[in-house]
Design a protein. Sequence first.
Length: 697
Amino acid sequence: MALFSFRRIVAFLILITFGCQPSIKPPEPIGPLPSQAQLDWQRMEMNMFLHFNMNTFTNMEWGLGGESPEQFNPTDFDARQWAQIAKNAGMRAIILTAKHHDGFCLWPSEFTEHSVKNSPWKNGKGDVLKELAEACKEYGLKMGVYLSPWDRNHAQYGTPEYITYFRNQLNELFTNYGEVFEFWIDGANGGDGYYGGANETRTIDRLTYYDWQNTFNLAFEKNPNVIIFSDAGPGCRWVGNEEGWAKETNWSFLDISDMAPGKADSDVLQTGMPNGDQWIPAEADVSIRLGWYYHDYEDHKVKSLPRLLDIYYNSVGRNALLLLNFPVDRRGKIHPIDSARIMEMSVQLKQDFKTGLIKNAIISASNVRGDDHQHFGTQFISDNDPSTYWAPEEGTDSASLIIEFPEVVSFNRILLQEPIQMGQRISSFSVYYEEDNSWVKIADQTTIGYKRLLRLNDYSTKRVKLVMESNRAIPLLSEFNLFHAPKVLVPPTVNRIKNGEVTLSSTENGLDFYYYAGSDEVKIWTKYEQPFDTENATSLSVKSVDPISKNESPEELIHMSLPKSNWKVVHVSSGNLTDAEKAIDENPNSWWESENRNALEEIIIDFGTEIEFSEITYLPMQERYTKGFISNYECYLSNNPNNFGKPIVSGEFSNIANNPIEQVIKFTKRKGRYLKFKAVSFIEGHQSAGIAELGVR
Ligand code: FUL
C-alpha cells in the first residue's frame, strides 16, 4: 500500500520531530568566495594537458616562429585516443596548445596563413580543434584551449594591430568548437623571434599591452563560465612552478593589484595570500616527461609511478587542481609508455582511496550548530558530498571531532575537505591518534581548502581526533575520512657511491628491501639492513616486500660496473683532472665535459690494478638540455699509460641522440690496468665530449 510506505512514515516522523523546531540559520559564508564555475572547476581535480603542434615536428620546446606549415604532418593523428586515455585515467577535461609561442595554429584560422590549412596533413583540410572537440564530446570531457599571447611568427606582434589579431583568434576558438571551459594564458612573453621575417627582439609591457580586462570580456561574452588561467587568474592561478606541487599552506585567495599574466611572484603563487581579496585557486601544471613537447630521447624519462603519486598528493592533496601534461608524439598520439604510466597511477589511487574507514565509526563533535544535527551534524563528513557539511556553534574558536571505531583500524591516509562554497576558513589543524589511553599528535598542519590529503606512516588505533585550532570563521568540514592505502610496490632505488657502498631506498615508507648480488638463476635473497658492498659482482637484483601483506614488487636486475673505489682519472685532453673524476664518481647526475670544441677528446682511467672485462659502458649526460653526446668512439687498453697501441674496440653509439640511456660496448674479454676512452665525433649540434659515467664489467 503506497499510502503507508516505509518512506512516507519516516518522512512523517522527521516532520513531527524537527518540523516544529525553530530553524537554525546556516553560518554566514566568509569571502572571498568561489563562483559556481570555480566550484565546478575545482571538483574536476585532475585534467589532461596536451602539448602538440609545430614543436613536435621540429623537436623544439620553443619554436622561433619562422617554421613552415609544411613541417606539420602527423602520421596517425587520433584525438579519440587522447580522450580515451584522459577518461580512463579519471580526468575530466583536456586543454590543448591551440597556438604556442611559435604562432602555428592547430585550427584553420581565417586570420593567418601559419596554420594547419597550409600543412600537408589531410591536404590542409584538417582541424585539430574540431577533432578534439568531437572526441571530448564523445567521452564526456570538457575542452580548454592554450592560446599563447606571445607570437614569434606574427609580423605585428608588439603593435596594437596584434591585439586585434589575438582577439580575433580568441573569438574563433570560442565560437566554432562548442564550450571552451578553460582559457590558458601562458606567462612567457617577449624576446627574439621571426616576427614575419624581421628576426629581431621585441618586448611588450605585460601589464598594459593586452588590455587584459577587455580581452577577458570577449571570452566571458562567449562563455560567462570560462575559467581563465594565468599568473593572476582571474579564474585560477598558476601554482608558481612547473613541477606539479603547491605548498602545504595553500590559500585560494589572491590580491592581483600589481599582477598580470606573466607578472607575479612565484613564491606567492605557491601559497596564495591569506588576505587576498579574490578567490583565485591554484592550478598545478607539470609534464609526465621532462619536456612539454615530445622528444624521442625522453622516452626513457617518463616519470615513475612514485613520482606521479608525489605529484598527485602534493597538488590535488594540497588544494590545487592538477593539470598533467602529455607530449603528443609525431604520429599525433600519446606514447604507449606515457599512457601505461598514467593508468598505473589511476589504479594505485583507486586502491589508496578504496575504503573510507569512517563508515562504521561513531563521530562525536565538540559541538553542533544550534544542536541541529539534522542540518549540521557529523553525518555529513562522510557522505561523499562536498556541498554538505558539519558546523559547530557560532563563536567556536577551536573545534574538534573524535572518531571512535568499533575495532582497531590501521590507516596511513587522511582526507579533509572544506565546503568551499562557504569560503576557505581553516588556518591550522592537527590530528591525533590514541595510543595507550593518551592522544599522540601525528599531524600538525595549516590549510585545508577544497581538499587536503595527508600521507602518513601506518597507525593502528580505535580513536582519532581532529582539532581545527585556528580559523577565519567557525570551521566547517564537508569530508573527513581515513584510508589504508596499500604500499606502492616498485623495486627500491639503487644508489652506489665511489667507495663501492650500495644503498637501497624508496619514497614509500615501511617496505622491506631484498637484494642478491650475482647472476645465478636461483637467487639467495638478503634482507637489506644497511649499505653493502657488491664485491666484484656486476649483476644486482632487488625487490621490495610489504611486510604486512607480504606482497612483493617485481624484481629488478641492475647491471653495474665493476667497483670504482680504486679508480682514478690520470689524463684528460682538456680541462682538469679533478673535474674529470665526475666521469667515474658513480653519480649519474654529475658529468665531465671537455673544454675544447670540435676536437678529438680522450680520458685515461687507471683501475689501480689489472682487471678483466668484456664491456665498457658510457652514460651520456642526463640533463633536460643535453650536450656532449659522443657519436663515434675508440677504446684502448694497456698496462702502460704511455703506450696504448691500437684500439681494442671502436664504433658508433647509433641511437644516442634519441635514446640517451647507458650505451654498452661489447668485445671479447680483455685484461689491462689503463683504459683510454676517446671521442672521435659528436652527434649533430653537439661540440664537446660529455661523460656522466664510464664503467666496465
Ligand atoms: C611555459 C611555456 O613557456 C612552455 O613552453 C609550456 O607551454 C608551459 C606549460 O608553460 O611557461
